[in-house]
Design a binder for this molecule. Structure first.
Ligand code: NAP
Length: 485
């Protein structure tokens, strides 16, 4: 039975409303290539309405005691957990990711985001400084007003809630824009927020395209804070739009993450971890390790076993419980992946596994966007395939001879989001982790999350940090109050 609406409307001032222009875009299910609902094709007029609602809601929300804001956010977390199955299904249909992944990763992490920030605001601290015998200074952190929150399609509810939760927990109101490719879970979240008693106008969601809605949010003079997650090219446009208006901006952007395996690693763990970090969500997680480097003495063994394990991944209908690899988000992304697989071969790479459009996984998915896990060897480290973000189920594997060499390889890219290091040698783990230019380094693991740690990228992977105290500081303004003695 269909539970989703045929038309996804905007959520403004606590109501679902038509976009002013009355236009909708088809919402395509990646696994079938067919429209399964429609989403509002909004424009700057809808953003203006959302800003007016957020502005009206701000004074009361700001004054609400933290304990009351906390209770509402905790209710939202509870309701996400109550609706886990419905949300996971919506996310799987919207994105093409396996239902099992949405159920175990995306949706539980979205609930954790609300729960974490709901309780974090009850335990904040403020600094105080005694200035000799002259004055007493203390820091007052206040919400900044209306936050503009723009998120991508790959982990739609997880990433949107990672922004909404800290923004509103701190007392801001928000205007959010999910990717128009994957709007369904944001719509369901709005229903949940209403049920949880979130006051009207605290969260407003405007659906539509980046150039129309996203650009209107970044340009809006009343939105002083922008939290953006997406590609590096778009991030640059966001930075350019925000700079002349002096907005506070956080940019979480693309990656080309190295995954380094030393010969002394527990190879079973490294192989299992690397298969996961290479192909989870069809490689469409910004943190996926798309460049695998293996110490030469372990290279052949690793490659043989890695390919054997990868070949066993079950590519199928995302809604099938057995499926481990689902669909690619849309045709444009599929074409991009194919382009890079062709390019890799022109650059001298050897396709060791995958590389070709697979047979249809079933009748329902005959016209869906599928691509198999693909492993490429024999490529130079400095080629385009090894430097540019593909964002699909494609990894390259390269041998290395020593620590210094592999640190050079790892850093030989414009990106600096995340990396993994597999070794049993503790000293080496610290030494290498310290020298890799990425915002996160995982040692003998991948995608382990602690919401208290700073999260973000270096170099072209972005500026600013999310997570824990960093997020609470981002969404507040620190004011110094200096009282003379
Ligand atoms: P994207 O094309 O940059 O889009 C991200 C969001 O920005 C979407 O909502 C998009 O709307 C919107 N947008 C597009 N043009 C805009 C503009 N001119 N002004 C304001 N907003 C605009 O990225 P994507 O393809 O959705 O996502 C994949 C990328 O996100 C990858 O590069 C991945 O590495 C990165 N990512 C990074 C992180 C991280 O934490 N660092 C996490 C996840 C993903 P439309 O959908 O309408 O284009």
């Amino acid at each position: 039975m269909r539970t989703e609406p045929l038309q996804i409307q905007n959520f403004i001032d606590g109501q679902f409303v038509e976009p002013i222009g009355g236009k909708y875009l088809d919402n395509i299910e990646p696994a079938t290539g067919k429209a399964y609902s429609q989403v509002a094709d909004s424009d700057s007029r809808d953003v203006d309405l959302a800003v007016a609602a957020a502005e009206k809601a701000f004074p009361d929300w700001l004054k609400k005691p933290a304990a009351e804001r906390s209770k509402i956010l905790l209710r939202i977390a509870d309701l996400i957990e109550r609706d886990l199955e419905k949300l996971a299904r919506a996310e799987s249909i919207d994105t093409g990711k396996p239902l099992s992944l949405a159920r175990t990763l995306d949706i539980p992490r979205a609930a954790s985001n609300f729960r974490f920030f709901a309780t974090a605001i009850l335990h904040t601290e403020s600094e105080a400084h005694i200035t000799d015998g002259v004055a007493f200074n203390y820091t007052l952190r206040q919400p900044r007003g209306i936050a503009g929150l723009i998120s991508p399609w790959n982990l739609p509810l997880y990433l949107l809630s990672w922004k909404i939760a800290p923004a509103i927990a701190c007392g801001n109101t928000a205007v959010a824009k999910p990717s128009e490719l994957t709007p369904m879970t944001a719509y369901l979240l709005c229903e949940i927020c209403r049920e949880a008693g979130l006051p009207n106008g605290v969260l407003n969601v405007v659906h539509g395209t980046g150039p129309k809605v996203g650009a209107a949010i970044t340009a809006h003079p009343k939105i002083g804070t922008i939290s953006f997650t997406g590609g590096t090219v778009t991030g640059k446009k966001v930075a350019e739009a925000c700079a002349p208006l002096f907005k506070k901006v956080s940019l979480e952007l693309g990656g080309k993450n190295p995954n380094i395996i030393f010969a002394d690693a527990d190879l079973n763990a490294a192989i299992a971890g690397s298969v996961r970090s290479s192909f989870a969500n069809q490689g469409q997680i910004c943190l996926c390790g798309s460049r695998v480097f293996v110490e030469r003495s372990a290279y052949k063994d690793f490659v043989d076993r890695f390919i054997e394990r990868t070949a066993q991944l079950c590519l199928g209908d995302p809604l099938d419980e057995k499926t481990e690899q689902g669909a690619i988000v849309n045709e444009a992304q599929l074409d991009k992946i194919k382009f890079y697989v062709d390019l890799a071969q022109k650059e001298g790479g050897k396709i060791a596994l995958g590389g070709k459009t697979p047979e249809p996984v079933n009748d329902r998915c005959r016209d869906g966007y599928f691509f198999p896990p693909t492993v490429i060897t024999d490529l130079p480290v400095s080629c385009r395939t090894n430097r540019e973000e593909i964002f699909g189920p494609v990894v390259t594997i390269t041998p290395f001879d020593n620590e210094e060499e592999v640190i050079g390889y790892a850093n030989d890219t414009d990106y600096g989001l995340a990396s993994s290091v597999w070794t049993q040698n503790l000293n080496r783990a610290h030494r290498v982790a310290e020298q890799i230019h990425t915002g996160t380094v995982w040692v003998n693991c991948w995608l382990v999350r602690d919401l208290r740690v700073p999260f973000g990228g270096m170099k072209a992977s972005g500026v600013g940090r999310e997570g824990g105290t960093e997020a609470l500081h981002f969404f507040t303004e620190a004011k110094n109050i200096c009282i003379a003695k």
